[in-house]
Design a protein around this ligand. Structure first.
Ligand code: SF4
Ligand code: FE
Length: 481
């Protein structure tokens, strides 16, 4: 099957006929909605890159599952080289879009579910792995976008799922039938959800005996009956409705959705965990590790654009050669490349799972993500420092067009010789988008909380860091028994 182009992808999403609650209205025709369309265009880039001459080789991979070439965004990693190529591909998409291009969560979910279903079958005699292979072959053949859905609302954080006042605060099985299951609950923060063809739902945490109804993994098409989408707001999102350069990123944007499952039926062939509590923690850990690796690619790609915009505004302001500016740009490069180094390192030290696909090094993937919770913030601070106060006080694009105000704005926005005032506004708005506007949702807030908040990475570091082994090293050196 030929790999889709971006245009074909958009047509295929349009055919799904999805609806969402957006700004107080129930909206259909989402592919043309001004808040949704930029995010759809960002996903389309992941398709077009598999056709563009300069990126085609990186964005295609041979899938032994279907015996054909697939878009790497649907690939089950077959080597550490594949893991590295995934990160390089994500950096490339970040470079082109300067936003979240939303397609990584499905790839990360699939690689985790692939290995966990295999191990679950070994432990419990279930047949989930064969089901999942069948399901993922369908995804690869049709070159689909799949949203990996993990984060439950979680209610009172001090209580287990069964102790919540409302048991739906963790997505759960409410009925088991001969031909499938019925589920109810919700998933927060769903990146790219209404731009997706499919959803893979996973448990949000390690479940314990007695919590079988919450240990559930399955896949459904996004247009399944009983699923409702409530669109997330982003800072300055209504600028996308204005159609002016105040939007900052003129073409692309990201998207996060609250997704509600109101008694949704899932047929058996799409159920991949059904009460096996001992497998749930492993699934969470693996998905999180793949997604923590992902940020060593996508955030770096966006970081490249932020560094470029910051260096450009310094040039426009006539301060590019000042030593402290040059040093701050170098600092941004150092921070950004450190994140990339982490993404590559956890890939290089990856290993094969029992199921045959490749998994990242867990310790280094968590180091990667913990750095991501800090470095983009520091880069945003440096960009804000260099860009100057205009970042917060710039007049609107509409005033730029005003016959009275416009000429004053152009006159007083003059900077280094030969710099067009409107170009200067564009660069400032792009930086604003990334450090304080709609782009900051993915570049900053998601860097903090996406794929787990910083404490989740610290817990993994404590677990994986082998402190006892390090104590043994010190004792050996000092000859202490
Ligand atoms: Fe991909 Fe990054 Fe968006 Fe996550 S935040 S879906 S890794 S682009
Ligand atoms: Fe994410």
């Amino acid at each position: 099957m030929a790999l889709k182009t971006g245009k074909e992808y958009i047509a295929s999403v349009e055919a799904l006929g999805l609806e969402a609650h957006i700004l107080g209205e129930k909206s259909a025709d989402l592919t043309r909605h001004p808040l949704v369309a930029p995010s759809l265009r960002a996903v389309a880039v992941t398709y077009d890159c598999a056709h563009d001459a300069d990126s085609r080789a990186l964005f295609r991979a041979y899938s032994p599952l279907i015996g054909d070439e697939v878009n790497r965004f649907t690939h089950l990693h077959q080597s550490t080289q594949d893991l590295m190529d995934k990160v390089r591909m994500q950096r490339h998409c970040g470079n082109l879009t300067a936003c979240c291009f939303q397609r990584c969560v499905g790839m990360d979910a699939a690689n985790a579910v692939f290995s966990v279903t295999y191990e679950c079958d070994q432990a419990h005699g279930t047949d989930y792995h064969a089901r999942f292979r069948e399901y993922w072959s369908h995804v690869q053949r049709h070159d689909l976008v799949v949203d990996g859905a993990m984060t439950d609302p979680k209610g009172d954080r001090g209580k287990r799922p069964s102790e919540q006042a409302d048991p739906d605060l963790y997505l759960r099985i409410v009925e088991r039938r001969r031909d499938g299951i019925v589920v109810r609950g919700a998933k927060f923060h769903q990146t790219g959800m209404v731009n997706s063809h499919e959803i893979i739902v996973m448990p949000t945490a390690a479940m314990r005996p007695g919590e079988e109804d919450w240990a559930v993994c399955f896949a459904v098409p996004t247009n399944t009956k009983g699923i409702r989408y409530i669109y997330g707001r982003q800072a300055s999102d209504t600028r996308k409705l204005e159609g002016t350069l105040d939007v900052g990123n003129p073409t692309f944007g990201g998207q996060e959705v609250l997704t509600v499952f109101e008694d949704v039926f899932v047929p058996n062939e799409r159920v991949f965990l059904n009460g096996e509590v001992d497998q749930s923690g492993k699934l969470v850990e693996r998905f999180a590790a793949y997604h923590r690796q992902s940020y060593g690619g996508c955030k770096v790609g966006v970081g490249d654009v932020l560094i470029g915009a910051t260096a450009l505004i310094a040039r426009m302001n006539g301060v590019a050669t000042a030593s402290h500016i040059r040093d701050k740009i170098v600092e941004m490069i150092h921070l950004n490349e450190t994140l990339f180094a982490c993404g590559i390192a956890c890939s290089t030290l990856g290993h094969q799972t029992a199921a045959g696909n490749y998994e990242v090094d867990l310790l280094l993937a968590n180091v990667c993500k913990l750095n991501v919770t800090r470095f983009p913030y520091e880069m945003a601070r440096l960009a804000t420092d260099i860009a100057g106060g205009l970042l917060g006080t710039l007049p609107s694009a509409k005033d730029l067009e005003d016959p009275v105000a416009g000429p004053y704005i152009r006159k007083y926005l003059a900077a280094a010789e030969g710099v067009d005032a409107v170009d200067r506004v564009k660069v400032l708005r792009l930086i604003e988008n990334l450090v304080a506007g709609a782009g900051a949702v993915a570049y900053l807030i998601e860097s903090m909380h996406g794929a787990g908040s910083p404490m989740a990475q610290r817990i993994m570091l404590a677990r994986q860091g082998d402190v006892d082994g390090k104590i043994a090293l010190a004792k050996r050196l000092l000859n202490i028994r």
